[in-house]
Write a protein that binds this ligand. Structure first.
Ligand SMILES: [Zn+2]
Length: 504
């Protein structure tokens, strides 16, 4: 590393790169005002081009200059990191997480280059945690927080499950939306058993309050209807199968009438399976085309959470005790994960249903590929916080699954960078590497466009004006491992995923 000593200012460097740079005055050479990555290959996630031998200057928490290394003069006070052979990506985004312990989940995201997360079962403590992150007293990614989960009655969840709001009918549903708004929610999360009347009310009240609503598609609502109502994103793939089945009307009726006990997730999960199986085997390409055209036209996004489906579909074969990532979670979280796997995913399975679940995995990959080709925007989300899905690491798995499903490596990268930025309305600040944007950045040892698996070859990370070089990044991981080992066994460390896990 060297310190920039050129007399030319960052401003002139910026102009040389064809951009304006807002650096008022170079600092004294002994005051560090930022850092620069020199001789890196910038991955342009918008065009798909690689831009070799570039220099990216960061001052404060913003990128101030991006240009060819020969054209950029790094101003005094900016620490230079010469990184030939490294590939620079915008920070990654995981749009479907359930956050557990502050000193576990949050640094694991950051160490894995995940610099933005969207929490899908927000609790009051998350707002407090986010305040600490923004104040700089807790390390964590940028964090989009929504409502508590809004479900119908009966719900998949135990009535005492604190994080769920259950609504029945118009007035109830509207009140839940207003309450969420007053609590600071940035979106409304709808869930599996919301009734058609309640969903209409949620859609209308959310629109009045200027909040997007998104989440699961309620079982009793055709997915096309939810798109028409303005639902912004659809999590997981169950309902996409129903909506592309030539028997959709009949299947949605059967789903609506499912006989399951209030608060008994596994009974719903078990009863739903044959319906999903039938839907996936009565797939109508014509119906799919119509639905996907509507998704694309309305800008509704699909967040397939393949990382989650991979666990669900292969749960019987999964051996969590062999997972090398276990060292990063405290015992209480591991116990809960194992409980969830056993009681929610595996209970009641037979060799036949095991085989069916495994076959569904292949069909899910096909469905995601079909949606992508039809112009539906796919977004990366993992369902971190559910059984056996590890913060940060899972996003890289998701990218790999998306490529297996038929996305190009570029499209997969877009699903975790520029597309989430567009979706969240943060494109001015994030999603790509350009002057003026936040310096949320990831450096890789190898080209992710050549092989998406290369996103796992993480070298270092930049977030909130701080550069985590390889040693600092490793320390984040080591500190998590230590915290996990010493956390009390009864610590509440995982936000029970109300999507697919459960209270006990
Ligand atoms: Zn979830």
């Amino acid at each position: 590393m060297t310190r920039g000593i050129s007399r030319r200012s960052a401003l002139s460097g910026g102009i040389a790169a064809g951009v304006a740079v807002a650096v008022a005055k170079p600092a004294a050479a002994d005051v560090e005002i930022g850092y620069a990555f020199r001789h890196v290959t910038v991955v342009d996630v918008i065009s798909g081009r690689l831009r070799p031998d570039m220099t990216v200057v960061v001052i404060g928490d913003r990128i101030v200059a991006v240009g060819r290394s020969q054209d950029i003069r790094v101003p005094p006070g900016v620490l230079i990191h010469d990184l030939p052979g490294k590939f620079l990506l915008p920070g990654l985004c995981d749009l479907h997480v359930h956050t557990g312990a502050d000193v576990i989940d949050l640094p694991l995201h950051v160490a894995n280059g995940v610099t933005t997360i969207r929490d899908m079962s927000t609790e009051p403590r998350h707002f407090e945690m986010r305040r600490r992150v923004e104040a700089g007293t807790l390390l964590g990614p940028r964090w989009v927080l929504g409502s508590r989960i809004i479900d119908g009655i009966p719900s998949l969840w135990d009535p005492n499950f604190a994080n769920i709001v259950k609504v029945s009918g118009d007035a109830d549903a509207r009140a839940a939306v207003r309450q969420a708004k007053s609590e600071g929610a940035e979106f409304i999360k709808v869930y599996t058993r919301v009734s058609p009347v309640s969903l209409n009310a949620i859609a209308d009240e959310s629109r009045k309050l200027g909040l997007p609503f998104l989440g699961h598609c309620p079982d009793s609502v055709p997915i096309e209807t939810a798109v028409d109502l303005g639902q912004r994103s659809f999590e997981h793939l169950f309902w996409t199968f129903y909506g592309t089945s030539r028997k959709e009307a009949e299947l949605v009726e059967r789903l609506r009438d499912l006989d399951f006990r209030d608060g008994d997730y596994n009974s719903w999960f078990t009863a739903m399976h044959p319906i999903e199986w039938e839907a996936a085997h009565t797939h109508s390409p014509v119906k799919a085309r119509t639905l996907f055209a509507k998704f694309a036209a309305r800008g509704a996004r699909q967040v397939p959470t393949l990382a989650l489906h991979n666990v669900l579909d292969h749960a019987s074969a999964y051996r969590p005790e062999n997972d090398p990532l276990r060292k990063y979670l405290p015992k209480s979280a591991l116990d809960l994960n194992d409980f969830v796997l056993r009681e929610f995913y595996l209970k009641g399975r037979t060799p036949q249903t095991d085989a069916e679940w495994a076959a569904l995995w292949e069909l899910r990959l096909g469905l995601v590929g079909e949606m992508h080709r039809a112009g539906v925007q796919i977004l990366a989300g993992t369902d971190v916080g559910t059984g056996e899905i590890y913060p940060g690491f899972a996003l890289h798995e998701e990218l790999q699954h998306l490529v297996t499903a038929g996305l190009s490596p570029l499209a997969a990268l877009q699903s975790a960078t520029i597309e989430p930025a567009k979706f969240l309305g943060t494109e001015r600040d994030s999603g790509s590497i350009a002057p003026g944007k936040l310096a949320d950045l990831v450096l890789l040892d190898a080209d992710p466009l050549a092989d998406i698996a290369n996103t796992r070859k993480l070298h270092s990370v930049s977030l909130r004006g701080k550069y985590y070089d390889p040693a600092a990044r490793q320390k984040l991981l080591d500190d998590v491992e230590k915290a996990a080992a010493t956390m009390p066994a009864d610590a509440v460390t995982v936000s029970l995923c109300p999507c697919h896990a459960g209270a006990h």
